[in-house]
Design a protein around this ligand. Structure first.
Ligand code: NCD
Length: 318
């Protein structure tokens, strides 16, 4: 099998063939999800625990639905109310949960690297649902599937990722994935929201939206991650919208058939004009949400196959 990973911690660890295999399988799940009878048995007998240490609406709902549609027993841990508040460390919490013998652990955490650390301590497959400003692999994969469906390919495209790049794990995972698939990536945003060394990441950097969007096939907008900013990174939201908010005038510089993306949650009137977000001829924001469920089903299916194979091997070794 092409997909060999034991965990899904980041795009960084995936080979292009693994990305393609996952997206191809996700296409099957898009079809299943569009049918009236959505239930599969792929994860039957397996236990999936979702641990979200940070607020999430769509990612958590999407992982929960994905697990349920594949027949897993799914439990959502409300981490805000967990023993972590009583001072238990992340590792102790992980070991406690591990003792309940889950098979799939879906984790979102505010610290970059926390999910990798946790994966080293448990015996099940771990999926990173976003760690700090590090990676958000299923988001990049669902974005890739959305792009591939809209554009008919996932290579030789010019993709402009715009806004708060510095604080965004979505930008980071997308940048890595799109680079692996041989696309031209541009990072567009104010210098205060560009990560240090952005120019060395193999992409072009722009602080002018019109220049950055010029001829782009894909325009990917990002939310201002205020929860990760300490201090003022922009003069005001009004000024930010004026210079970097996606409106009809700025979008007019992109390719005439450019698609508009946003991972959500969206701040209308801050990084994007509401009319553009709702324009079904340009915006694929709802498709991104739909692809999210299918991609997470594919990811958990592939990891479960590897988990079963590893356990069978262990059992055979006695
Ligand atoms: C993103 C996240 O949490 O990183 N949202 C998501 O998963 N759909 C982006 C964001 O919060 O802005």
């Amino acid at each position: 099998m092409t997909f060999r990973a034991r965990h899904l911690l980041g795009i960084e660890h995936l080979a292009p063939a693994e990305i393609v295999a996952l997206l191809d399988l996700a296409e099957d799940y898009v079809r299943l999800n569009r049918s009236t009878s959505k239930h599969g048995e792929t994860l039957a007998g397996l236990t999936q625990i979702n641990m979200f240490f940070e607020a999430s609406t769509r990612t958590q709902a999407s992982f929960e639905l994905a697990g349920k549609r594949l027949g897993a027993d799914v439990m959502n841990m409300a981490m805000a109310h967990s023993s972590l508040k009583k001072g238990e460390t992340l590792i102790d919490t992980a070991l406690t949960l591990n003792a309940m013998r889950p098979d799939l652990l879906v984790v979102r955490h505010p610290s970059s690297g926390a999910v990798d650390l946790l994966a080293q301590k448990v015996t099940c497959a771990v999926l990173n649902a976003g760690d700090g400003r590090h990676e958000h692999p299923t988001q990049a994969l669902l974005d890739a599937l959305t792009i591939r469906r809209a554009k008919g390919r996932l290579h030789r495209l010019t993709v402009a990722i715009c806004g708060d790049i510095a604080h965004s794990r979505v930008a980071r995972s997308n940048l890595i994935l799109l680079g692996k698939m041989e696309n031209r990536v541009r990072l567009v945003g104010p210098p205060t929201l560009m990560p240090a060394g952005a120019a060395d990441l193999g992409c072009e950097v722009f602080d002018d939206m019109r220049a950055g969007l010029d001829g782009a096939d894909v325009v990917m907008m990002l939310r201002l991650q205020k929860e990760r900013m300490d201090g003022a990174f922009i003069p005001s939201e009004r000024e930010y919208y004026h210079r970097y908010g996606l409106d009809a005038d700025k979008l007019g510089h992109a390719s005439p058939d450019a698609i508009v993306m946003h991972p959500g949650p969206m701040n209308r009137g801050v990084e994007i004009d509401g009319t553009i977000a709702d324009d079904i001829n340009r915006s694929v924001i709802q498709e991104q949400v739909e692809m999210g469920v299918a991609v997470r089903m594919a990811a958990m299916d592939l990891l479960a196959r590897n988990l079963r194979a590893a356990r069978d091997e262990e059992a055979a070794d006695g």
